[in-house]
Design a protein around this ligand. Structure first.
Ligand code: SF4
Ligand code: SF4
Length: 167
């Protein structure tokens, strides 16, 4: 519901994200001790509720600060859309990082536009579609990531804040 979205959730994240780092690590430790069923019960619906308030187009911090991992299917799809050869696309936009993953070679992402929209939205990498990994069972599978992502993503920050009230 666009009418429920305002920038205050993003401001709140910006102001408090550094202060909750230690608490978030402790929270993730406690969550990782829960069984899958309990974890799913307390986290169910949080992704949708938080994204009713947080508007990615007011943020785009993931696109500005975390180069997405890209697989071969992604490169073929993006190169085709841009009318480029895969090798040319890789030369221009891709690098291999310290973990030996292929990632976008620039940050902010070269496809991020001034209005925070993605120039290749329909063709974007799988990693961009899945970020911030908080939907349904994805939440439980990526617990350790959430403590890090809360610093970069206001939605993850607010999901963890909500969970603190439930434990
Ligand atoms: S950092 Fe989170 S809230 Fe911001 S644009 Fe990315 S997914 Fe959306
Ligand atoms: S490809 Fe699009 S969604 Fe992915 S980081 Fe770049 S601008 Fe963001």
């Amino acid at each position: 519901m666009e009418e429920n979205k305002d920038k205050s959730s993003i401001e709140d994240w910006r102001n408090r994200r550094n202060k909750v780092k230690v608490h978030n690590k402790k929270l993730i430790k406690r969550l990782s001790k829960l069984n899958d069923k309990k974890l799913h019960v307390i986290s169910e619906g949080l992704h949708d509720r938080v994204f009713e308030k947080v508007n990615c187009l007011d943020c785009a911090n993931c696109c500005k600060s975390i180069p997405p991992i890209i697989n071969e299917t992604d490169t073929r799809r993006m190169a085709k859309h841009l009318g480029m050869k895969v090798t040319t696309f890789k030369d221009k936009f891709v690098k291999v990082d310290e973990d030996m993953d292929m990632v976008m070679n620039q940050s902010p992402c070269p496809f991020l536009q001034e209005d925070n929209k993605c120039l290749i939205y329909e063709y974007r990498p799988k990693a961009c579609r899945e970020y911030p990994h908080t939907e349904d069972f994805e939440f439980a599978k990526n617990l350790k990531l959430h403590a890090v992502n809360a610093h970069y993503c206001p939605a993850v920050f607010h999901i963890l804040e909500d969970l603190k009230t439930k434990l």
